[in-house]
Design a protein around this ligand. Structure first.
Ligand code: IPD
Ligand code: CA
Ligand code: CA
Length: 271
């Protein structure tokens, strides 16, 4: 049984998000390993390609054409933010460095938050689409996380020493001393294995799917985590900041796991 949602407002947005993620993913699949125009952003290692921009334009146009009145926060700057109850948070191409180098690991990430009067925003929809593997990770609040027809569950592993863990390094790693390397060393020395695959959204989905036991990273952004946080939570995992507090929607501190190895991982992270 695939993910289904009863609330008509959510169901409509889920269908639209799914379709737009797949269409943007099709652009990535077509343009992968073809000649690209590559620019740099704030840091020389922070790349953006014409494909990031084309995917974002497609997704934002699709949302705006649906005339829902929703707010949009998209990495490359398109869309209108506002106080509307629903907000779409979009990473049109997560894993741009991989994409630009022909390393086959990147995706489209679309998260939707809902804000009820007087309450904090809540994550209600998450879609992450990997176009090369044709894998669509999906979650809706209270309805579970799915990969296609398959319901996702985090692993049962309770020993960090038997865990496969992923991380990443921020684009200021050349200049900043706050570079995640001390934590990286600690986890290399503790866990069974460590990966740096270059797509935060897929790393979170892999925790949800039981392909990783845990994943942490610092200095991410809302669009890196908006979909993945919900997918991990709906698969039974845990997402927190570095102190074990509530997940940080800004993405500045991201610690995610199957819940069982969470405290052991937190103990290895230097901050
Ligand atoms: C990046 C990727 C990478 C992570 C970076 C992110 P981008 O996103 O998710 O894995 O380490 O911090 O910014 O720039 O490819 O969308
Ligand atoms: Ca990203
Ligand atoms: Ca991106």
């Amino acid at each position: 049984m695939p993910l289904s949602v009863h609330d008509p407002d959510l169901s409509h947005r889920l269908t639209l998000a799914r379709m737009l993620a797949r269409r943007a993913g099709a652009i990535q699949r077509e343009r992968y390993e073809t000649g690209l125009t590559i620019d740099t952003k704030s840091a020389t290692i922070d790349l953006v390609t014409e494909v990031d921009r084309a995917c974002e334009a497609l997704i934002v146009d699709g949302i705006e054409s649906a005339d829902l009145g929703d707010a949009i926060l998209a990495e490359e700057g398109h869309g209108e933010d506002s106080n509307a109850p629903y907000r779409w948070i979009i990473d049109p191409l997560d894993g741009t460095t991989n994409f630009a180098h022909g390393f086959p690991r990147f995706c489209v990430s679309i998260g939707i938050e809902r804000t009820k009067p007087g309450a904090e925003p809540e994550r209600v929809i998450g879609i992450v689409y990997d176009p090369l593997l044709d894998e669509c990770f999906e979650a809706a609040l209270g309805e579970g996380a799915f990969l296609g027809e398959r319901r996702l569950h985090v692993t049962q592993e309770d020993d960090l020493g038997r865990s496969l863990v992923a991380t990443g390094f921020s684009y200021d790693v050349h200049e900043s001393d706050d570079d995640n390397l001390a934590s990286f060393r600690n986890v290399v020395k503790t866990a069974r294995g460590i990966r740096r695959d270059g797509s935060a959204a897929l790393d979170l989905c892999y925790v949800a799917a039981g392909r990783l036991d845990a994943y942490w990273e610092l200095k991410l952004h809302p669009w890196d985590v908006a979909a993945g946080f919900l997918i991990v939570e709906e698969a039974g995992g845990r997402v927190t900041d570095l102190r074990g507090g509530p997940a940080d929607r800004s993405g500045r501190e991201v610690v995610s796991s199957n819940a069982r190895v969470h405290d052991a991982l937190l103990a290895q992270l230097a901050f």
